[in-house]
Design a protein around this ligand. Structure first.
Ligand code: SF4
Length: 763
C-alpha cells in the first residue's frame, strides 16, 4: 500500500481570511515540501526556483523581476508546493500498477493519485487488459507510431498540449503534427485564455498582453478583474504592493471577496511579518458573474458623457484619431447603454460605478488585468473587447504604465502558442515552417479542445496524445469527455505524475514518463536547458538541477523527436536525432521560423533572457486597418430563472490546476472537504436551504442530458447574490460541452446555470 489514503470528507468552516500570504504561507509551503522529500532536496529546489541559473517555476506564468533584482526566495507558497510536488521522493513503479487495476485507480481521488509520486518507466495497457504493464521505450514508441501510421487520415489524431511544455518541445510537437499532416493541436489555452487571444488579436492585432512588471509598478490605477491573484498568481501581490507604494490605486472586481484582493502580507518584509501588510484593493466591486461587460460599458458611457461636459479634457482625441478606427459607432452605442440594465447585470450600485469613474479620471496611466472570470463566459470575447474600448478612450495603450494584462495560469502556456501550438496558426507561420523544413504544412484548420472531444465522441478522432496536463480532468462535461476518450483506439500521455487521465483509456493506452522542470537533462551533446515565455512575453532559460526521478525517464524533446522519427522516418530536412541531441539546434530553427526569436541562442544566454517585441507598445497595430479597433458589444446576461444560481467553478487555495495538494481552502475557511458549494446566505434562505445542507448540483442545459454533481455541502458565504462557487475539477461534470464562449469556443466554466436539490445520497 502507498500509505496515503483517500481523504475523508469532514467539513469544518472558519471565517474567510481578510489577508493573504504572510508567515502562514511560508509554514504551509515548507510543511508540504518536507512531507514530499528530504530537507536537502527541498533546499535545493527552493534555492533554484525562479533563479537566473535555476529552473522556472512550473506553476503560473507570472514573470520574475529582471536578473539582479530577484530575491533569493523568488517564489510563492504555491510555487514552492508545486516544485516540491514534482521533486517528491515518492515513486510509482511497475509494482504499483500490478497492485492496482485501472478501475481501482479510477475510483481514487485526484489527491490520492497525485500523492503516489513520480512515474518511473513507460507503461502500456493492452487491448482488453485491466492493468498497465511495463514496456520498453522502443516498443512503446513503435506502438504509438504504428497506430499513427494506421489511421485513415492524419486528422484522426489529436496532439494536446498543456502549458507546462517548454518552447523547444512545443516547437517540435507542432512540427511533427504538421509534417504528419494535421493542425489538430488543441491546448489548455483553448479552455482558459482563448477569449483573450481572440479579442486582443481582433482589436490590437496581437493576442498577448502589452504590459511589463515595470508598467504594473508605475501605473496610476490597476484593475484586477475576474482574477484571484492570492491563490492563482501569488507573486502578483508583490507587484501590486509596489504599485501601491508608488502611489497607484487598485480596483478589484470579483464575485467573491478573495483574501488576496483585500490585503497582502509580504513574508519577506517586516511590514508583512509583524505589521498589517498592505491593503490591495482601494475599491472592491462585488460583481455578479458575467457582469463585467456591463460594468465597462457603463464606465465608457460615463467617460463619453464627461467629455461632453468638459470637451477636450477626458478622451485622448489625438490618440483616437491617429491610431484607432470605429470610434463613432462605438460611441453611438455606448451612449445608449441603459443604467437599469447595467445595475441588473452587475449587481452594483450606480454610486459604486461612478466612484470608479472618478478614479479613472484621476489616473493618467491605467492597466486592466484579468483571468478566467472574464474569459470563461459566453460573452467573454465581447467583454475583453469592451475592456480594450475602455483603455483606448484615454490612450491607455502603447505607453508606459498602461495597457492590457491577461494573466496566464500555466508557466509556458503563452510560449506554447508562440511556438505554433494552435489549431489555427496564421498562414505566414505555416509558410515559414514549410520553407524551413521543406514540406507543405496542412492549411485546413485543426480541432481545438472542445471540438477534439466532439470528434472523439463521434468517432472521427481515434488517437489522443496528451503532452503534459490532465486532459480528462481539465475538460468540461467530465462524463462526456471520459466516454469520448474511451472510444479512442489509442490514448497516450507524456506525464511526470499519475493523474485521472491515465485511468480513462482507449483500447490501448500508454503512459510515457518524462523529466520534470527541476530534473537535470543530459543529452548526447551534454547538459541541456529549455526555455519558456511568461505572461509578459519575457523569454528565458530554465535549467533542471536535481537528479531525475528515474534513470528511465526521457525528456519531452527526446520523446517527441523519437516518436516523429519512427512515424515519419528520417529526412535530412528534419533531423530529429540532432534535435534530441542538442536543444540549441531546435532554437536555431525557431529563430528562423518564429518572429521575434532572431538570434535566439545568443539572446537567451543573457541573464534573465529577453523580452519579445510587442508592436502595440510602439502603437503599431497589426489589424487589417493598421489601427486599434473600437468595437460595438451588446451584452446579453444569462437568464437566471427563479430558484436557480449561476455557478462559477474555481480552485481552492491548496490546489494547482487539476491537482489538490490538500483538502483545505485556507483563505476561504473551508477545511477537510472539497464537495462544497458557496452561496450567499440570502439566496440560501430564498431557495429554502440552510448552511451545511447536503445538496446535489444539477446543471440546466437544453440537450436533455442530466448533469448532476452529487452530495455537496452548502456553505453560507459572502458570494455575490444569485451566484454560487464550487471547486473544479469536481464540478466540471456540470459544464456542458456545448456551452462555450462565442468566437473563442472556450467552455463557460464561470457561468453554469444550476439548481440545488436535496441530495439523493441522503435518501
Ligand atoms: S507566482 Fe506563479 S510562477 Fe511565481 S512562484 Fe508562484 S506559482 Fe510559481
Amino acid at each position: 500500500m502507498s500509505g496515503i489514503e483517500d481523504p475523508v470528507d469532514d467539513l469544518s468552516v472558519t471565517p474567510p481570511k481578510r489577508w493573504a500570504t504572510g508567515v502562514p504561507a511560508v509554514t504551509h509551503a515548507l510543511e508540504y515540501s518536507l512531507g514530499q522529500t528530504t530537507v536537502r532536496r527541498t533546499a535545493l529546489t527552493l534555492l533554484n526556483i525562479n533563479q537566473v541559473k535555476g529552473f522556472d517555476c512550473p506553476g503560473c506564468a507570472w514573470p520574475e523581476p529582471a536578473a539582479g533584482k530577484r530575491h533569493r526566495n523568488e517564489y510563492c507558497e504555491n510555487g514552492a508546493k508545486h516544485i516540491s510536488d514534482e521533486a517528491t521522493s515518492r515513486r510509482v513503479t511497475a509494482d504499483f500498477f500490478q497492485q492496482y487495476s485501472i478501475a481501482e485507480l479510477g475510483a481514487r481521488s485526484d489527491y490520492w493519485l497525485n500523492q503516489q509520486g513520480r512515474l518511473t518507466e513507460p507503461m502500456i495497457k493492452r487491448p482488453g487488459a485491466e492493468h498497465y504493464e511495463p514496456i520498453g521505450w522502443d516498443e512503446a514508441l513503435d506502438v504509438l507510431a504504428g497506430e499513427l501510421r494506421r489511421l485513415d487520415s492524419p486528422d484522426e489524431a489529436l496532439f494536446y498540449t498543456s502549458g507546462r511544455l517548454n518552447n523547444e518541445a512545443a516547437f517540435l510537437l507542432q512540427l511533427f503534427a504538421r509534417a504528419y499532416g494535421t493542425n489538430n493541436l488543441p491546448d489548455c489555452s483553448n479552455m482558459c485564455h482563448e477569449s483573450s487571444g481572440s479579442a486582443l488579436t481582433e482589436t490590437l492585432g496581437i493576442g498577448k498582453g502589452s504590459v511589463s512588471l515595470d508598467d504594473i509598478h508605475t501605473a496610476d490605477l490597476v484593475f484586477v478583474v475576474g482574477q484571484n491573484p492570492g491563490t492563482n498568481h501569488p507573486r502578483m501581490l508583490t507587484a501590486l504592493e509596489e504599485t501601491k507604494r508608488n502611489g497607484g490605486k487598485v480596483i478589484a472586481v470579483n464575485p467573491l471577496p478573495e483574501a488576496g484582493l483585500i490585503r497582502f502580507k509580504h513574508p519577506q518584509k517586516a511590514r508583512g511579518v509583524i505589521g498589517r501588510g498592505t491593503a490591495i484593493a482601494d475599491q472592491f466591486l462585488q460583481i455578479r458573474p458575467g457582469g463585467d461587460l456591463a460594468l465597462f460599458q457603463a464606465l465608457n458611457r460615463l467617460l463619453l458623457e464627461a467629455e461632453d461636459e468638459r470637451p477636450g479634457t477626458v478622451l485622448d482625441h489625438a490618440f483616437i484619431s491617429a491610431h484607432t478606427t470605429g470610434f463613432a459607432d462605438f460611441a453611438d452605442h455606448a451612449r445608449k447603454i441603459a443604467w437599469e440594465d447595467v445595475l441588473d447585470a452587475t449587481g452594483l450600485t450606480r454610486e459604486e460605478i461612478e466612484r470608479v469613474h472618478d478614479r479613472v479620471l484621476e489616473s493618467g496611466k491605467i492597466i486592466v488585468c484579468w483571468a478566467m472570470g472574464l474569459t470563461q463566459h459566453k460573452h467573454g470575447v465581447p467583454t475583453i473587447r469592451e475592456v480594450v474600448n475602455f483603455l483606448l478612450l484615454r490612450g491607455n495603450i502603447g505607453r508606459p504604465g498602461a495597457g492590457v494584462c491577461p494573466v496566464r495560469g500555466h508557466s509556458n502556456v503563452q510560449g506554447d502558442r508562440t511556438m505554433g501550438i494552435w489549431e489555427r496558426m496564421p498562414q505566414t507561420f505555416l509558410d515559414a515552417l514549410g520553407r524551413e523544413f521543406g514540406f507543405t504544412p496542412p492549411t485546413r484548420h485543426g480541432l481545438d479542445s472542445v471540438d477534439g472531444i466532439r470528434a472523439m465522441r463521434d468517432g472521427t478522432a481515434k488517437l489522443f496524445l496528451g503532452v503534459a496536463g490532465n486532459f480528462v480532468r481539465a475538460s468540461p462535461d467530465s462524463h462526456v469527455t471520459e466516454e469520448a476518450m474511451r472510444r479512442c483506439r489509442l490514448t497516450a500521455h507524456i506525464s511526470t505524475k499519475l493523474n485521472r487521465s491515465h485511468t480513462v483509456c482507449g483500447d490501448t493506452a500508454l503512459i510515457l514518463p518524462t523529466l520534470g522542470r527541476s530534473d537535470r537533462d543530459i543529452q548526447a551533446s551534454g547538459e541541456q536547458f529549455i526555455t519558456v515565455e511568461d505572461s509578459m512575453s519575457e523569454v528565458h532559460a530554465s535549467r533542471g538541477r536535481l537528479a531525475p526521478a528515474s534513470p528511465h525517464l526521457l525528456s519531452e524533446v527526446a520523446i517527441i523527436s523519437r516518436l516523429a522519427h519512427r512515424t515519419l522516418g528520417g529526412t535530412p530536412a528534419i533531423p530529429w536525432e540532432e534535435f534530441e541531441a542538442d536543444y540549441g539546434s531546435v532554437r536555431d530553427r525557431i529563430s528562423r521560423v518564429v518572429p521575434g526569436f532572431e538570434d535566439f541562442n545568443a539572446r537567451v544566454a543573457a541573464p534573465g533572457g529577453f523580452r519579445l517585441p510587442n508592436p502595440v507598445n510602439r502603437r503599431v497595430f497589426r489589424t487589417s486597418s493598421g489601427k486599434a479597433v473600437f468595437t460595438v458589444n451588446g451584452f446579453t446576461m444569462p437568464d437566471i430563472p427563479e430558484g436557480h444560481l449561476l455557478l462559477q467553478t474555481l480552485r481552492s487555495h491548496d490546489q494547482w490546476n487539476t491537482v489538490p495538494y490538500a483538502m483545505d481552502d485556507r483563505y476561504r475557511g473551508i477545511h477537510n472537504a472539497r464537495r462544497v458549494v458557496l452561496v450567499n446566505p440570502a439566496d440560501l434562505t430564498a431557495l429554502g436551504f440552510a448552511d451545511r445542507d447536503r445538496v446535489d448540483l444539477v446543471a440546466v442545459w437544453h440537450d436533455g442530458l442530466e448533469r448532476r454533481a452529487e452530495d455537496f455541502r452548502v456553505v453560507a458565504y459572502p458570494a455575490s447574490r444569485g451566484s454560487a462557487a464550487s471547486y473544479y475539477p469536481e464540478t466540471n461534470v456540470l459544464v456542458p460541452l456545448d456551452s462555450v464562449a462565442d468566437i473563442s469556443n472556450t467552455p463557460t466554466s464561470k457561468g453554469v446555470l444550476i439548481r440545488l436539490e436535496a441530495t439523493r445520497a441522503a435518501d
